[in-house]
Design a protein around this ligand. Structure first.
Ligand code: ADP
Length: 261
């Protein structure tokens, strides 16, 4: 049985085609200014690339910010539930998930059964999200894909004291004018993002195996900063940390179809 999970986030749309055991195919595209059309086009292109039509997919589940607006989906499901299902599939011993996406960050406590036990989420403030990191990369004129590695090459770190993403961006510009190297600023920015998420997560606690997911988990500089702030060097990221919500949606699709049979 084949199911599809579609995670429609604020920054990116992620799709996973899943057969119950393996990811058959996946896609990541920008949400852009027409997220509904972009989702539909990418979904149909992915099916065509796999020589499938909609009738070959037993169930399509949408999740994420835009989950209620994707008309080709059979159902919508909460992103906390989907992310947890996806991470628990990839990392069966996970007990805490730290997820940083484009516009929110969350920390989820996972039960031994791989279900959501508790969670806390910030979707009100850009500081501590991927969007803020993108703003800084733009200010530094560096690609977001490269800033993590660049920061790892440097031992120095500077303080970013602003609590708001807009003021922090001004602070970054001020630091550049004072001649502080971009790598030093980046380490400060990653520490400030990690501090925010870790202080949010303290409300539910960090227990057992901790897994870092979301688009920002592709940034090794933020991973290092999170390990330092939590005080746990064993925090890992799955191979495709951006896809866990879409994978979880596809897994929930499998469970839903099986229950209805
Ligand atoms: P959402 O689900 O909210 O749309 P994502 O989980 O896709 O967001 O995360 C988007 C964020 O991930 C971007 O704002 C950016 O900071 C970060 N990001 C995306 N791609 C990369 C990459 N290749 N390397 C490092 N960071 C990335």
């Amino acid at each position: 049985m084949i199911t599809c999970g579609v995670d429609i986030g604020s920054r990116t749309i992620k799709l996973v085609l899943f057969d119950g055991k393996n990811i058959l195919d996946s896609a990541v595209t920008l949400s852009g200014s027409a997220p509904q059309e972009n989702t539909e086009r990418t979904y149909l292109e992915m099916l065509a690339a796999n020589h499938m039509t909609r009738s070959d997919v037993a169930m399509t589940i949408a999740t994420g910010y835009g989950r209620n607006y994707f008309e080709l989906a059979d159902k919508a499901s909460s992103e906390i539930i989907c992310h947890t299902a996806g991470v628990a599939f990839l990392c069966p011993n996970v007990r805490t998930i730290i997820d940083i996406g484009g516009q929110d960050s969350k920390v989820v406590q996972v039960s031994e059964q791989g279900k959501v036990a508790d969670f806390v989420m910030n979707d009100r403030c850009a500081a501590g999200t991927g969007k803020f990191i993108e703003m800084v990369a733009h200010t530094l004129n560096m690609p977001v894909e490269e800033i993590g590695q660049a920061a790892l090459s440097c031992d120095e770190i500077c303080e970013i004291s602003s609590m708001c993403a807009v003021f922090a961006e001004s602070e970054v510009i001020g630091l550049l004018h004072r001649g502080i190297p971009a790598e030093v600023i980046l380490r400060g920015v990653f520490r400030s993002v990690a501090k925010r998420v870790v202080s949010l997560g303290r409300k539910v606690g960090f227990h057992g195996q901790i897994v870092f997911t979301g688009g920002v988990a592709q940034n090794p500089g933020v991973l290092e900063a999170i390990r330092t702030q939590v005080g746990d060097p064993t925090i890992t990221t799955p191979r495709n940390p951006q896809l866990t919500g879409a994978l979880g949606a596809a897994i929930i699709g499998q469970q839903t179809v099986s229950q209805n049979q």
